[in-house]
Ligand binder design. Sequence first.
Ligand code: ADP
Ligand code: MG
Length: 579
Amino acid sequence: MTRLMNDPKRFAVEAVEGFAAANPQHLLAVPGGVVRSSASPSGEVAVVLGGGSGHYPAFAGWVGQGMAHGAVCGNVFASPSASQVRSVVRAADNGGGVLLGFGNYAGDVLHFGQAAEQLRAEGVDVRIITVTDDVASGPADEPELRRGIAGDLMVFKVAGAAAARGDSLDAVEAVTRRANARTRTLGLAFGGCTLPGADGPLFDVPEGLVAVGLGIHGEPGISEAPLGTADDLADLLVEGVLAEEPERGDGYGGRVAVLLNGLGATKYEELFVVYRRVAERLAEHGLDVVSPEVGEHVTSLDMAGLSLTVMFCDDELVELWTAPVDTPAVRRHLSPAGDRTPREISAAEVEDPVVPGVPASREAAAAVLEGLRRALAVARESENELGDLDAVAGDGDHGQGMVLGTAGAVETAQEVTSAGAGVRTTLLRSAAAWSDSAGGTSGALWGAALAAAAGALDDGEAVSPQRAAEALERARDAVLRLGGAQPGDKTMLDAFVPFVAAVREGVDRDGDLPAAWRAGADAAADGAAATSEMAARTGRARAHGNRSIGHPDPGAVSFARLVEAALRTTIPDTTQEDR
Ligand code: ADP
Ligand code: MG
């Protein structure tokens, strides 16, 4: 949906005017489009791109040193006219001939072709490259039937770099044709885009399906496939473009330029999730990725979807793809093939070290692991309920946060206990894993609590009931200190504080930790229930504090459930002194 506009008919023109105004160091607006705002060497081949608007940053965003000299900007999804093309070419021409590049669409072929004839009649040497990278739009042996989509980026980057290094028009044309012949794209869409001024998208994709082989002008896909996971879609894209990989050898040895392109309404994070798998799969195929790009390069207004482009490179295409470039949308300073020493860092070098524990401390570590496993099981059972409670006055993510946090802690505890860690190390590492995995306020507080508890324990000795009580007090104090809340503020502290008091009392009375913990868990449950009557005064829930009256605090409820679950853990017997 396009919400910000004046007259829909002037949308594309006004967008170009604003874009040029925003990029004076690169662009100068001329009738029909934009050209570089700085002079190019006399005699340099001019690369002029163009097509309809609605594909930002294509094409105006690619004007600048190392790429295009000018871009002809048509109306939304409509070819520019021949007179617009002529105007931009005249402004861009440096006397070295002109390469006109555009995607293979009937309207563009017609208007750019007409303009080329007229310019040739005026004495300008004009060559035409139509990009045909879209594998879904025609068979491999009839590339002239195929559309140009995100592969535009690679083909035109190569053209601009060849012109910048001083190649003749013949040479620029030849290498650009080769780039196009070596470039393949497959796209997927989840929903169509909406033209400015229209009130509905050009097409819909049924829920749970993905359109395969979309066009970038709101053309629906060629077929539909089940939506699947991000990895499934990555696999589909990789298989689609690699189906046409040329034979290796003879100039092509498996080096590929790669673009994972967002179509306008797909978030960068989503693209990165997909790219993670794409990179894995390309490596499995023995391909060496050169300067990948992940982001929006050829969009289709607000279409939800993405495409994968691969250019199968020889040495010269690698050189031109990685050459320095400075445009509003594409910038490369260093040639990545140049003088940079790659680093490798293993996880072991940067993670906290695992300190081996004595047997008694390892036994306590095993109890911690068991307790965390029980906590995870309870968090899973309570996930929806905790989420609903958090949604009353907070953001609804508490159940999810607890599951993620306990799961992360279990995974790490498992890893370090099998490596022989003692109880202090196990708690410290699980604490970090809990915060890392959970996010959110409660994740940070649980992480801080476990880490503080670890401070009272030792990898060199068993955990006595006294020590356990001290660890719990430290944990409670860390939450008080870090969160800045007090009992009565309707937080986890309303369960935590009575829990610790009861454990301390029981341990001091007879040193029976399981019995003391039992009393503590009961006190925590009572404390959590009592939060129903309170209004939240801290945390995310503060803004809607009164709304929470009548509902218990999610963090207090989860606390009570977790310590109840941990009660079923076998606590090592530390009364035997000989350990
Ligand atoms: P977020 O608030 O970041 O979404 P969660 O939803 O996972 O985090 O956790 C919310 C819970 O965190 C609350 O129910 C409350 O028990 C606890 N909490 C929030 N702020 C504090 C604080 N300052 N001190 C102690 N506990 C807090
Ligand atoms: Mg929350």
